[in-house]
Design a protein. Structure first.
Length: 89
């Protein structure tokens, strides 16, 4: 499986785009805060959206670099160690 290095950045504010916090339009990536500012500048909660997107970047960075939950795989197991040949008729 290919290693995923990072998501692209927002073309307006250059914030790292995290999963579920971006929109791709005409081959350009916008974070939700910038897209909301562009499409609906009078949105009442625009500052909260921008703060949420920036906070998610910090949380995502911390999750990306930890290996506590996702350790290295054990690899393929031997058929003889699993005992498959013993149960054959």
């Amino acid at each position: 499986m290919a290693k995923h290095h990072a998501w692209r950045r927002c073309v307006v504010c250059n914030v790292q785009c995290t999963p579920m916090n971006f929109v791709d339009v005409d081959s350009e990536r916008y974070c939700l805060g910038c897209w909301t500012k562009k499409s609906n500048p009078e949105h009442p909660e625009i500052e909260q959206i921008v703060e949420k997107v920036e906070a998610e970047v910090e949380v995502w960075r911390c999750q990306k670099h930890t290996r506590d939950e996702n350790g290295l795989p054990d690899g393929p197991k031997s058929v003889r160690l699993q005992g498959n040949r013993v149960n054959n008729p």
